[in-house]
Ligand binder design. Sequence first.
Ligand code: NAP
Length: 295
Amino acid sequence: MEKVISFIGLGNMGAPMLKSLLKAGYHVKVYNRTPEKARDVVTAGAELVENLADVAVPGGIVITMVSNDQALEEVTMGDEGFGQKLGEGGVHLSMSTVSPDTSRKLAEFHHQHNSHYVASPVFGRPDAAAAQKLFILSSGPNEAKERVKPFQEAMGQRVFDLGEEPGNANVIKLGGNFMIMAAMEAMAESFNLAEKNGIDRQVAAEVYASTLFNCTVYNGYGSMIANRKFEPAGFQLELGLKDCNLVLEEANAKQAPMPFASLLHDSLLASVAKGRGKHDWSALTRIASENAGLE
Ligand code: NAP
């Protein structure tokens, strides 16, 4: 069994995911741009590496969980990136939410360096990551996917194989995030309607989530939106805007109109303009409340 793994990115998601790997008995070499944030995982047993270029074990596996496409390209293909050092047979398990095109570009980069790329974005927030309950998507070469599977299984409750095309997992992830945004907006508008009729928003949330909409998204976000409690952020609104932009770029490229995504984009953009970029992305629903004269 492979025992050593490398990990880059200790944000809201990366830190609990790394701890799951430690719990499963792996030795984890970790790099984070801001090394101070690694204190907690080092106490839990991880080995902190100061330079990005030193994090990869030749022929080993590197997991990345950084913010966005630009950060992912930088840590992989930048002058100091780990990509060149990963070497023959190495696998990059890329778990950030990025565009399908970024995945295709990175897959090509790794191919040129005789290493492999597996796109593996996740569904689930930091609490799901801490409980090893993530849903993990996976696309890339079959052999590489098999090799990283034990690590994915240590971090999640189920792994979905989406074929060998590297962008597939990202397409499915973006579609899922669009559906979460749409559900949040739908909840907010219905709760506002209840409130304007003198009905408690929390009661409305409870009725919907325990009847027709008894699912993770309605249960998870319903009370946050009903109570208008948007801090601390599990998933920052500015990252939600990043995802909505990726959805629209893909919709545009493939001529698959997504008019509702355009509307959500404007609410996310207005929220960032109003200084809410670091709040939870469910704060996008404040725009609907403001439009209803409720804030
Ligand atoms: P986060 O808390 O903002 O953490 C981002 C991480 O990326 C930090 O470790 C940060 O390093 C690193 N980073 C950013 N820019 C970098 C750069 N240029 N070079 C090197 N490192 C860089 O984000 P998160 O919530 O963990 O999300 C990580 C990814 O998972 C995102 O793609 C997000 O869309 C996705 N995701 C998030 C959730 C969620 O609920 N939070 C759920 C599913 C998927 P520093 O510590 O130095 O800033």
